[in-house]
Design a protein around this ligand. Structure first.
Ligand code: AP5
Length: 217
């Protein structure tokens, strides 16, 4: 399984990528999580990325592609969460996977209206160690502020502040939304209604994967 999760901030990409990782053992490769880890570690890559992330813009393509080359070469089965995010990244990904003989299985597009996205991001709490997310209203942890799985503390992401979210949504519309056309044109896009409850979105994802596996068999 080699999937891309596409969609605006708060659409549910990370939530569903974690489910697929647990269900199929396909590694979740989240560029957002990898970048946040680099920022937390104070690495040179984190230092380059931080100002772009804090402002809601995109980290330059060469930094992102450089970060993804090694994991993509190593893994056979993966769920790309937050990558690619520009047409240039998508073209580079296609070229890299073409050389490796590991083409994408499908690109899943999650969408939801603006009001829903804002509500989801405002109520999101994240385990910074694992990237697992919860929501105060839609998916609360058993104990407030604590991850059900590993007992780690949950925090709110600084880029979920309202002004940065507004910029992230603008960035999505300008730089990432064109990928919908890019993947649709090549027959790889599957649209998933991200407005449904988390379990129903998972069922729709499962159905899409089964349909693609059937088509490939
Ligand atoms: P990144 O971390 O990738 O953020 P994002 O794309 O903005 O996506 P989010 O993580 O905010 O949303 P999501 O769709 O995963 O939603 P989630 O499942 O958590 O990127 C951060 C920054 O890093 C970027 O702004 C950029 O600067 C940089 N960056 C990253 N990748 C880059 C790249 N390739 N190129 C350049 N720069 C890059 O769900 C949200 C909330 O809703 C959660 O609380 C969840 O519990 C809840 N929820 C989920 N699904 C549902 C549902 N169906 N019903 C109700 N609640 C739900």
């Amino acid at each position: 399984m080699r999937l891309v999760m596409l969609g605006p901030p708060g659409a549910g990409k990370g939530t569903q990528a974690k489910v697929l990782e647990e269900r199929y053992g396909a590694s979740q490769l989240s560029t957002g999580d990898l970048l946040r880890q680099n920022v937390a570690d104070g690495s040179p890559l984190g230092a380059k990325a931080k100002s772009f992330m804090d402002s809601g813009g995109l980290v330059p393509d060469d930094v992102i592609v450089g970060m993804m080359e090694v994991p993509l070469a190593k893994l056979d089965s993966f769920v790309l969460d937050g990558f690619p995010r520009t047409v240039a990244q998508a073209e580079t990904l296609d070229a890299m996977l073409g050389k490796l003989g590991k083409p994408l299985t499908a690109v899943l597009l999650f969408d939801a209206d603006r009001a829903t996205l804002l509500r989801r991001l405002a109520g999101r709490w994240t385990n910074p160690r694992t990237g697992r997310t919860y929501h105060l209203e839609f998916n609360p942890p058993k104990v407030a502020g604590i991850d059900d799985q590993d007992g780690g503390p949950l925090v709110q992401r600084p880029d979920d502040a309202a002004d940065v979210v507004a910029k992230r949504l603008e960035t999505y519309d300008a730089q990432t939304a064109p990928l919908v056309e890019y993947y649709d044109r090549t027959g790889r896009l599957v649209r998933i209604d991200g407005l449904q409850a988390i379990g129903d979105v998972t069922a729709a994802v499962q159905k899409a994967i089964d349909a693609r596996s059937g088509a490939a068999a």
